[in-house]
Design a protein around this ligand. Structure first.
Ligand code: SF4
Length: 486
């Protein structure tokens, strides 16, 4: 018999208020807590007996035998069903879905975020491989709720198999389409999705509704279909478990894990930790944070990562470069401490704007230049820097930091090394997807001069910004070079 710990705060807003007491019998799907203001219903994810109700959680002693069915939710409309189901943004944001979708887009766009942007997570792609039809029906329900005429699934082009499955699932529906994304971080950031799909760059204070759009995570879409078709509450979550595990570092994807299951139980199901390890991350390598084996998963948990031990910086003087889309300063300090580095300087990317106490990027994934930050680190006496930057900015840091004698570490290094992937440093993929070859001209062109014909075409732009000259060369790969400019 296992104990399920269901947190009262699994969403943006205040913690929910319990509606059960210790000793109550509950069924899978019984409503156990209601929102106090902005929030979402919470249901029992298992059948059993309420063992304790605390300020932060409801603990349920699960019955040995668990039923497949559940207590159905009720609602007059599809939006009411989503509210009753306690659905929240399952990509990590945790915003109550019924509140988000209570909008009239007047023919606008539902943009489905299937970027699965955090490296090493795989549960979104598994969902597409196994539940594409239901996912597509979920998009249609949401389009109807929001009065949207267009549904666009944003997915990385590298997922060729999943793109083909989705193409088949949307075939014949001219309101649905797929938008391919490059393999860069962060393509799944809400405003990055709007920019990539619609070509509109919102400022950090604007919501996607300013572009007549709603951005919604692909698992939330599936759970919406389950709430509407099956009257099923949001009681399970798809999870990727990966890292330093017995049996190897490949990903283990668990579908429909009951909310409240512990991190330790899922790691055991994936084979157990393989010897000495660095830390356990709840979430992805960029936005996740260190956790413990007894932590329960919630409706917003996506990944559990066991890492190899950290590199030892032996007390070296370290600078932290904080990105709005990576770990916050506390998380970066946590990593620095685990690497045995002494933090003497903290800089944040100049596009990381502070909005209501949190950092938001002004143009996610498009580097504003990092050379000045690297010079600041050098002036402050840093020997090494730990950066949490996006793909493009990491590439830019590599254009100046090594020349200044600064050793560069990325906050995702210990994760990527654990699973045998290349660490983030230089861009190895284009920011723009390869375009289809142009059709042959109708008339034969005059033959160009031989030397000219052999010369590769190089497109470049040069900009001067904040006393720095930035040359951006685009030739299959993007290369950013910065020089001090006086
Ligand atoms: S531009 Fe700066 S803040 Fe924005 S994603 Fe890149 S590193 Fe982060």
């Amino acid at each position: 018999m296992s104990m399920q710990t269901i947190l009262l705060k699994q969403h943006i807003g205040a913690p929910c208020e319990p509606v059960v007491a210790a000793g109550d019998q509950v069924q899978r799907g019984t409503l156990i807590a209601k929102p106090a203001g902005l929030g979402a219903n919470i249901h029992a994810s298992v059948s059993g007996k309420v063992a304790a109700v605390t300020e932060t959680a409801i603990q349920i002693e699960a019955d040995a035998e668990q039923p497949d069915d559940f207590v159905s939710i009720e609602g007059e409309t599809n939006l009411e069903l989503l509210k009753a189901a306690g659905l929240v943004g399952m990509g990590g944001a945790g915003f109550p879905t019924a509140v988000k979708l209570n909008v009239d887009l007047k023919g606008g766009y539902i943009l489905v975020n299937a970027a699965e942007c955090e490296p090493v997570l795989e549960h979104n792609m598994q969902q597409i491989r196994t539940k594409a039809d239901m996912t597509v029906r979920g998009i249609k329900y949401i389009m109807e709720i929001c009065n949207a005429d267009h549904g666009v699934i944003a997915i990385k082009a590298k997922h060729e198999k999943e793109v083909a499955i989705l193409n088949e699932a949307i075939k014949g529906d001219d309101k649905l389409s797929i938008h391919l994304l490059p393999d860069l971080y962060p393509m799944g950031e809400e405003r990055a999705v709007v920019r990539e799909v619609l070509g509109t760059l919102l400022d950090p204070t604007q919501l996607p509704s300013a572009a007549d759009a709603v951005v919604i995570n692909v698992e939330t879409v599936l759970r919406a279909a389950e709430a509407i078709e099956l009257h099923r509450p949001a009681i399970t979550k798809n999870i990727t478990v990966i890292g330093k595990l017995k049996g190897g570092p490949q990903a283990h994807v668990f579908m429909d894990v009951p909310v409240g299951t512990t991190v330790g139980e899922l790691i055991e199901r994936a084979g157990g930790i393989d010897g000495e390890y660095g830390e356990i991350i709840l979430g992805g390598p960029f936005t996740g944070s260190a956790t413990t084996l007894d932590t329960p998963i919630t409706k917003t948990t996506g990944g559990i990562i066991v890492t190899q031990p950290f590199e030892d910086l032996k007390g070296k003087k370290v600078g932290l470069l904080v990105c709005a889309c990576g770990g916050n300063e506390n998380r970066m300090r946590d990593i620095a401490a685990k690497m045995n580095g002494e933090v003497i300087s903290v800089q944040k990317c100049k596009q990381a704007a502070e909005i209501k106490g949190a950092l938001k990027c002004e143009n996610p994934g498009n580097c504003p230049g990092q050379a000045q930050k690297c010079i600041n680190f050098k002036k402050d006496g840093c020997e090494d820097i730990i950066i949490g930057n996006c793909s493009d900015c990491t590439n830019t840091v590599m254009g100046s930091a090594p020349k200044l004698g600064l050793a560069v570490h990325h906050q995702t290094d210990h994760v990527l090394q654990t699973v045998g992937k290349e660490v983030m440093r230089y861009l190895t993929t284009s920011k723009k997807l390869e375009e289809a070859p142009a059709e042959a001209p109708a008339q034969e062109s005059p033959e160009p001069h031989k030397a000219e014909a052999e010369k590769p075409a190089v497109k470049y732009t040069a900009t001067v910004n904040d006393g720095m000259l930035r040359i951006h060369i685009e030739e299959g790969k993007d290369i950013n070079i910065e020089f001090p400019f006086h």
